[in-house]
Write a protein that binds this ligand. Structure first.
Ligand code: DGT
Ligand code: CA
Ligand code: CA
Ligand code: ZN
Length: 601
């Protein structure tokens, strides 16, 4: 039997590395944006946008459905011409109209759209007025005062843009952990199709669970990674279809950029030193420095190849991380704890805490339904939570102050409670469905709904969604006043940040945590990957101050229920154990240990 040759194997694997729905949605959406900048007919633009949204939402695998036009046409939002475009994307990975428009305006125009407050209309305005096509050109034009006379562009708007560019540049080059993880998983599944690879492991910040990643570090091992025999393996890695540009191709390392600019370092390593490499490339740098100092004191050197004796270089441990830590007289520790915060000494004393795991979480008490801005009904959310294995959930839709989410006023809130209770009864104990609300904290710290209404809810989360620009003093007083309301049981996403998009608002978080601990109001860790709020450092502080901590998904879609992996990682980075997180407890204990409700509670 003859082995298929390398190019054949590469071709098969490339074809299998599917064009996924998210890519299709992005290409269609970008085309719509570019057409709008270009002043195209609004009807046509809308059909691209609708198709992009449909691609984002559907559970049908579009690249597969593209084999039969009829299957695409069954999807709401996709008509004949969009079906044809999706088929083009599935075949070629791109769309001609988008390519043409990008040629005309340059790729930097899409980056402009990532600035806060920049839509296609504003981009078009700047293009027409001053041929601005990149963020650098925009920054320069603002500095030079060349945009001062444009319609709809006051001093205030320009200042906002300038600040937006500053924030963007600060976070530029970093990627949200969930998006980085998704790319890592795609690359891993491509790599695992190569017969000579046995294991692919993400290292670096992704393995440590940092909220953002600067680049991806992937370690690969298997027979094809033996020294001096890596040529075929390197060629295979370099043929990954998502590569936009190659950075370096060595004997055991391939570095490249993906289309969105994310850099990936793939390292090919012999099995015998895989543990040492995993330890080294997981980092953090600080952890490694402390660990190497300890090794030296014990008469060893530690490198990416092995822990070895100082006097003669003879390796004493290399194949697994556990052996290496054991030889250094330490317990192995989860990657999330390796940030040089004392973990090396504590592991040497064998006193590491047992950190919380995803399977410890037994309920989720922050989610939205179609009553406000969620996609699913109460019943659908409950069924999804049962599928995840939860014992309880709380339905917490928005209140009326957030008009754009169709937030609930008093009357609708009371009707909503009734429906939540009905669903709870219908489910006959398969899951507990708590009544609740995510009530807005108004500018002065008053709550958006009357106390009599809040008194009837089991879970009242209070959150700030507006007026982020208040001073630190105002915001701190506002939030403290809100949690002093006797019906509030949880403070939602306490710093209001959106990762890489919006900085946390100014607030004295230590003062808020202190007051929360006194009142017994729980602090939320919002596990939505765009928030991860409180962050790992504030979570540590919250524990020190004696706060109760609750992790929730803030799902607006039943498909996101149960996706709290990145949240769990933040809790672990804060060294929290299951005991420190209230929703690791069953429904009765959870409710009874939340702040006691006044009134009819
Ligand atoms: P990132 O990519 O900015 O999100 O953060 P990391 O931690 O992934 O950093 P990266 O990609 O530069 O390096 C990955 C790991 O490799 C790092 O956590 C520790 C290890 N490493 C890299 N360069 C050095 C170095 O110069 N000294 C030491 N001790 N370790 C290093
Ligand atoms: Ca990295
Ligand atoms: Ca790296
Ligand atoms: Zn919220």
């Amino acid at each position: 039997m003859s082995e298929p040759d390398l190019s054949e194997r590469i071709a098969t694997a490339r074809a299998a590395a599917t064009i996924d729905n998210r890519l299709i949605a992005r290409l269609l959406g970008e085309t719509a944006d570019l057409m709008e900048i270009d002043g195209a007919d609004s009807f046509r633009i809308r059909s691209y946008r609708r198709a992009s949204e449909a691609a984002e939402q559907t559970t049908v695998d579009l690249a597969d459905a593209a084999k039969e036009t009829a299957r695409l046409l069954e999807i709401p939002g996709i008509g004949k011409s969009m079906a044809a475009h999706i088929q083009r994307i599935a075949e070629t990975g791109s769309l001609e109209l988008r390519d043409e428009l990008l040629k005309k305006y340059g790729a930097g125009i899409l980056e402009l759209l990532k600035l806060p407050g920049m839509g296609p209309k504003t981009v078009a305005l700047f293009w027409d007025a001053a041929q601005i096509a990149t963020i650098d050109q925009l920054a320069e034009a603002i500095e030079a005062g060349r945009l001062a006379d444009l319609p709809r562009m006051g001093v205030k708007q320009l200042e906002k843009l300038r600040k937006g560019i500053e924030d963007y540049r600060r976070s530029a080059g970093r990627f949200r952990i969930d998006l980085a993880d998704e790319e890592a998983k795609k690359i891993s599944s491509y790599l695992m199709k190569f017969a000579g690879f046995e294991r692919v492991t993400p290292a670096g910040s992704l393995r440590r669970g940092r909220e953002t990643a600067g680049d991806l570090d992937l370690l690969v091992t298997g027979p094809a990674c033996s020294p001096e025999k890596t040529a075929a393996a390197v060629e295979y890695v370099a043929a990954y279809p998502g590569i936009q540009s190659m950075i370096a191709k060595g004997e055991n390392k391939v570095s490249f950029n993906l289309e969105q600019g994310l850099q990936v370092d793939v390292r090919l390593l012999p099995m015998a030193s895989y543990g040492a490499a995993l330890q080294y490339f997981t980092g953090s740098k600080g952890h490694n420095v402390t660990l190497r100092q300890r090794a030296l004191k014990m008469g060893y050197t530690l490198s990416e190849w092995a822990l070895a004796r100082l006097e003669n270089g003879a390796p004493v441990a290399a194949a697994t991380e556990e052996e290496i830590y054991a030889k250094l007289g330490m317990d192995w520790m989860p990657a999330e704890m390796r940030e040089n915060l004392g973990e090396v000494e504590i592991a040497a004393r064998h006193e590491l805490p047992k950190v919380v795991e995803k399977s410890d979480i037994c309920g989720d008490v922050h989610m939205h339904t179609t009553a406000s801005d969620g996609r699913n009904s109460i019943r659908e959310m409950a069924e999804a939570a049962i599928a995840v294995g939860y014992q309880y959930i709380a339905i917490t839709d928005h209140s009326k102050n957030l008009a754009m989410t169709n937030g609930l006023d008093e009357k609708r809130a009371l009707e909503h409670i009734k429906r939540i209770q009905e669903v709870d009864r219908e489910l006959e104990g398969r899951i507990r469905v708590f009544t609740g609300i995510e009530v807005d904290i108004l500018a002065d710290g008053a709550l958006d709904l009357a106390d009599e209404v809040l008194a009837q809810m089991e879970i009242v989360i209070a959150s700030v969604h507006t007026r982020f620009e208040q001073s630190r003093e105002e915001m701190t007083a506002r939030v403290i006043r809100a949690i002093e309301n006797p019906y509030v049981r949880i403070l939602g996403h306490p710093t209001g940040r959106l990762l890489l998009r919006r900085e946390p608002f100014a607030i004295d978080i230590a003062a808020v945590l202190k007051r929360g601990a006194e009142l017994g109001v729980a602090m939320e860790h919002n596990a939505s990957p765009e928030r991860l709020d409180l962050n790992d450092r504030d979570l540590r502080l919250a524990k020190e101050m004696g706060c109760t901590i609750v992790m929730s998904s803030d799902s607006h879609d039943a498909r996101n229920l149960g996706k709290m992996d990145y949240g769990v990682k933040q809790l672990r980075r804060a060294w929290l154990s299951a005991e420190d997180v209230l929703n690791t407890r069953d429904a009765e204990k959870f409710l009874s240990r939340l702040r006691k409700r006044s009134g009819n509670g």
